[in-house]
Design a protein around this ligand. Sequence first.
Ligand code: ACO
Length: 317
Amino acid sequence: MSLKILGTGSALPKKVVTNDDLAAFLDTNDEWISTRTGIRERRVLSDETLQSLAEQAGKNALECAGVAPEEIDFVLVSTVQAETLSPALACDIQPALGLKCMGMDINGGCTGFIAALSVAEGLIASGRAKKLLVISAEALSRFADWTDRSTCVLFGDAAGAAVVGEGEGLRDIRFASEPRREVLCASTPPGNSPFAVDPKPAQYLKMQGQEVYKFAVSHSFKDIRDMLSAHELQPEDVDFYVLHQANMRILEGVRTRLKVDAERFPHNIERTGNTSSATVPVLLDELNRAGKLKPGCRVILNAFGAGLCTGTALIEF
Ligand code: ACO
């Protein structure tokens, strides 16, 4: 038993931060950011919480699917940093959504939404759940270093969601990894144990941008090409490639290697920045609400991120 996407949702913070806004306190400018990354603005949490974004995205997905809260058997939230270490965000959002079921958070880095779909597929296959709510909720603004122009200009906050149920929509899902923590890393708060021999200082997100870039372009292309050939598909047999929105140049690098036209590579990075695991479900929701995910539509999801890890899914609507 595979799964089917029954509905999608998303939510962005209301605060828009443009490249010019960043140039007001960082040694950067719109030209550098937009030509190197494609990003023109991003949304950042101000008076909202990450939980409120997750709740809104989840509510939108339930409405879109026409599924009542009591039908949901399990909630999975992909996040690299929830509101609290415990309880999970997947539990905290339930009262606002009228849910009462098991919930847990998953940290798969930017690959988190695809990892959560895989866990959902397993829960459906085992008979433990018939319908699940899968949410990716990310607040990178909380652990980006806002004094480091080489990283903070890339990120934004967002939540995206999908209601999934029994069905044959998920045709295949694959993962790969290359453990390289030095390339992309952010630490948890240090704690104050008097017994810790070598307490680690808190560390904001650190990234070796060019290493991530090389990894992303080569892996995304290879993962997608392998998925296509495993299913005897040509690149143009796929209607949409919904890739992790990390950098427009990475998207273009993968697209030109696949030799597909730009219409098949939707993007919103210019408006949202990189929102880690939320980029894929937010973009999926935008396509869905634009009426583009028609029955029979074939989509490849692909994401890469901390680990380093990659995930690729082939979906039919
Ligand atoms: N504004 C102006 N100048 C800048 C900025 C900035 N915001 N940031 C860096 N620079 C400068 C550097 O200091 C450097 O100056 P120098 O030549 O005087 O030393 C110059 O620009 C070039 O810096 P590079 O790091 O070599 O720039 P590059 O072309 O590699 O672009 C970038 C950097 C955009 C980060 C790119 O490497 C990239 O996109 N990598 C992928 C990153 C990514 O996808 N991360 C997310 C994945 S994981 C996740 O999603 C959480």
